[in-house]
Write a protein of this length. Structure first.
Lengths: 260, 157
């Protein structure tokens, strides 16, 4: 099956031609659209883009999801975003710091001259030109149409090339057998993992868990469509000086930092 | 002496064979071919009839997984989590059995057929224990399930 193909092309044994599958799916989508409004759980924060319709429609190539971290609002010593990510995605320390999973971490930067320190979260930067995907021999590392970079664990062979290639040390390898993972965040021994930008939430129209948690403490992280000039995040990026970590590498991260 | 005992042995072996074959035939006629004990699902109806599910569930799952992981098309009711939620087997202590138990829905058949599944090396093999009511995921709308069932039937044809 090729990466871009939208249907099974008959290879899944479903016996239908591509067109037939699409027809069936279209019928299904119509059903999903009709019930879109009622399908959402109470208490779900709705963004303008989020409905069940959006969830079934797939990654939108016109969008590029990104984040903006205002470092001046990031509280030193606060790990709200890290804890929220752990709770949401079900990863935790294994007691072996050298090989612990790290989807997001707080780093402290110190200016050696002035001694001034800054604290900021670093996670997968969801690069537009992701080197992790370039080096992956199986096509497991890939970028979704809407800019979210993921590991398709069905294809990952655990070679860890992507971990070597990532300039941000954003990925980790699962060393231990796991049980009772979060149903929406599968992860398992022998495969590589990293921040998914909470793709399961974003597809539902809900902001990532770290963004939601941070809003309660510092309010340092913004999330939105950086390809849409009218989005709130784009307006801030257009107004103020923001930067990408190691922007000189040319990988064009989707996570930007302000006041770093 | 030794001849007699080998004759005795032959008789025993032959009669055992005859009994086994007879038992097999009678058993088959009485519908007693051993079958896996498949645990009952909790909700009313599946996304497709049992014979379709038996034959095509792996293709359906593979189809859905490529769509949802790579294209982001998350088709309601067509996810492994949906199967897990509906086919969870109670552990009698208010929770559910994991795939480490032979009672687990998937294992019941897969053990019988001696087919190993890798799904649960990464995927949760039982529903997440309920924490808060506000955390509950949305119900699958009935019309969406019906549409998926239509799709599954089309697939089976
Ligand atoms: S930050 Fe690392 S893992 Fe994330 S897209 Fe860039 S290279 Fe890949
Ligand atoms: S570890 Fe997995 S995702 Fe990373 S490069 Fe190897 S196959 Fe690709």
């Amino acid at each position: 099956m090729t990466e871009g193909s939208q249907s099974c092309g008959g290879s899944c044994g479903c016996g239908s031609e591509a067109g037939k599958v699409d027809e069936g799916r279209r019928g299904f989508l119509a059903g999903a659209v009709a019930t879109g409004a009622t399908a959402l759980a109470p208490g779900v924060t709705l963004f303008a883009y989020g409905t069940a319709e959006a969830e079934a429609a797939g990654a939108d190539p016109k969008k590029r999801w990104g984040m903006l971290v205002d470092v001046s609002k990031c509280v030193d010593g606060c790990t709200g975003c890290v804890t929220a990510c752990q709770t949401e995605n079900g990863w935790k320390t294994t007691g072996k710091p050298a090989t612990d999973p790290q989807w997001i971490r707080k780093v402290t930067l110190r200016d050696p001259k002035s001694g001034a320190t800054r604290s900021a979260p670093v996670m997968c930067q969801h690069c537009a030109e992701p080197p992790c995907a370039d080096v992956c021999p199986t096509g497991a590392s890939f970028k979704r149409a809407d800019g979210i970079v993921l590991v398709d664990r069905h294809r990952c062979i655990g070679c860890r090339y992507c971990m070597m290639a990532c300039p941000y040390k954003a990925r980790s390898f699962v060393h231990e057998a796991l049980e009772d993972q979060k149903p929406h965040a599968p992860r398992g021994m022998g495969t590589v993992e990293g921040c998914t930008l909470c793709v399961h939430r974003v597809d539902k129209g809900v902001a990532p868990a770290c963004v939601e948690a941070c809003a309660k403490s510092g309010g340092a992280i913004m999330f939105g469509d950086i390809a849409d000039p009218k989005s709130e995040i784009s307006k801030v990026i257009a107004t103020y000086a923001t930067m990408q970590i190691r922007g000189d590498l040319g990988v064009d991260p989707g996570v930007r930092y302000r006041n770093l | 002496m030794s001849e007699r005992s080998s004759l005795e042995r032959l008789i025993v072996v032959v009669s055992l064979l005859v009994m086994t074959v007879l038992a097999g035939i009678i058993g088959a006629h009485a519908g007693e071919v051993p079958l896996p004990t498949v645990p009952k699902a909790t909700a009313g109806s599946c996304v497709a009839p049992p014979d379709v599910m038996r034959r095509s569930h792996m293709s359906m799952l593979q189809h859905g997984r490529d769509l949802s992981v790579r294209q982001g098309e998350r088709v309601e009711g067509g996810r492994l989590t949906g199967c897990i939620d509906c086919h969870a087997v109670s552990d009698g202590k208010g929770g559910h059995e994991t795939v480490s138990s032979p009672q687990h829905f998937c294992r019941a058949c897969h053990d019988y057929a001696a087919v190993k599944v890798d799904c649960f090396e990464c995927h949760a093999s039982r529903p997440e224990p309920k924490v808060k009511a506000s955390d509950a995921t949305s119900e699958v709308p009935a019309s969406a399930l019906a549409a998926l069932a239509d799709y599954a039937e089309e697939v089976a044809r």
